[in-house]
Design a protein around this ligand. Structure first.
Ligand code: G6P
Length: 356
């Protein structure tokens, strides 16, 4: 069944393996009678009527929200702000005339996010929850819900819910886009296949983890544009389950401080999936390598070069996070495994945090 790990040693491994089928399930779940992907008319209307979307989330869901902002702005010309729920609660920004609040939450139970929902409801604003759990608190209390259809996620470190969130955000943005910049159904199908290629590359990815992380004290993840958001998620995964201090940041920011931390052998994972910034991020890799960093380049077909350490199959430039995150999840998994950490139940963490 969905909540048994069967032959898998860890739920996290099982859940990473499920990612291609999760994307395909979402595609089926959001298919209209015409065969196109869309969302319920009332949700479409709520999104269209808003002059600005406020995405509220925590942890991995916040990282998915950052990608979602790009989708609504690039596909549908809808302005978006993304906020960490625990900050928004007491430090509310000036709101637009017609805001719509979007809560992204795997569990639907995160107290920090619920606190914001309670507050904005008191103010009379409309809300949409994107969650994996039907009937969860944030789903019941919001005006609208979009389901992730990822199946139960048991491992504390979120993997398949993240890709599900990104896929659902892409479909929602696509649904309200006037000029469709891509065929989201077709591009998600291509992405599902690309994710499959990555989960099938476990042996190569385990070798990378072993080459870079067994004795590392810290690690850096760098990227630009969409890759920056995935870098942050990659760093979070590594922190959560391997307890290696990790930081994900924008390649261009290196020179403004973080590069001071680079020493002989410091692992730096660089993502190169975005054509427009490929040269710049490769420049950053040269800068850290010149200071002794042990750099690992994860690049996408089309912008990959000889000597890159892992090559991802090509997908639409807006959907690269779906694929690029997978090797980072697996690197964290194998790093944690080889450091004998409790992969599914890391210390100090809970799957859903129901206290503020
Ligand atoms: C906890 C989990 C994280 C998760 C975050 C938000 O901290 O350990 O993996 O990203 O909560 O959870 P949610 O259910 O709201 O997405």
């Amino acid at each position: 069944s969905d909540i048994e790990k069967g032959a898998y040693p860890h739920y996290m491994l099982k859940e990473m393996d499920e990612q291609p089928s999760v994307i395909r399930k979402i595609s089926k779940a959001y298919e209209s009678e015409l065969g196109d992907l869309t969302i319920a008319p009332e949700i479409k209307q709520a999104l269209q009527q808003a002059d600005r979307l406020y995405i509220i989330a925590a942890g991995t869901s916040y990282h998915a929200g950052l990608v979602g902002k790009q989708y609504f702005e690039k596909m549908a010309q809808k302005p978006v702000e993304v906020h960490i729920s625990s900050e928004f609660g007491y430090n509310m920004p000036l709101l637009s005339q017609k805001p719509l609040f979007i809560f992204i939450t795997q569990s639907g139970e995160t107290a920090d996010s619920r606190q914001v929902l309670v507050k904005i409801k008191e103010l009379g604003y409309p809300s949409l929850t994107i969650t994996n759990v039907q009937g969860s608190t944030l789903s019941r209390e919001a005006d609208h819900t979009l389901l992730l259809h990822a199946g139960p996620e048991i491992a504390v470190a979120s993997t398949k819910a993240y890709v599900a969130q990104i896929a659902v955000l892409a479909i929602a943005a696509y649904a309200i886009a006037e000029d469709k910049v891509m065929d989201v159904k077709q591009e998600l199908a291509i992405a599902a296949n690309a994710i499959q290629v990555m989960v099938d590359a476990k042996a190569a990815i385990e070798e990378i983890a072993l080459a870079y992380l067994p004795i590392a004290r810290n690690a850096f993840f760098i990227g630009r544009n969409m890759d920056y958001y995935v870098a942050m998620e990659g760093a979070l995964k590594l922190k959560e389950i391997s307890y290696i201090q990790a930081e994900g940041f924008a390649g261009g920011e290196l020179k403004h401080g973080t590069i001071a931390l680079i020493e002989e052998g410091t692992p730096v994972f660089a993502l190169v999936t975005q054509e427009a910034v490929a040269l710049n991020i490769r420049g950053n890799v040269k800068e850290v390598a010149a200071r002794g960093a042990h750099a690992c380049i994860i690049a996408m077909e089309g912008v990959a070069e000889e000597g890159d350490h892992l090559v991802l199959p090509q997908v639409h430039e807006l959907l690269t996070p779906l694929v690029a995150v997978v090797p980072l999840q697996l690197i964290s998994y194998y790093a944690a495994l080889h450091r004998r950490c409790d992969v599914d139940k890391p210390r100090n963490l809970a799957k859903s945090v129901t206290v503020e």
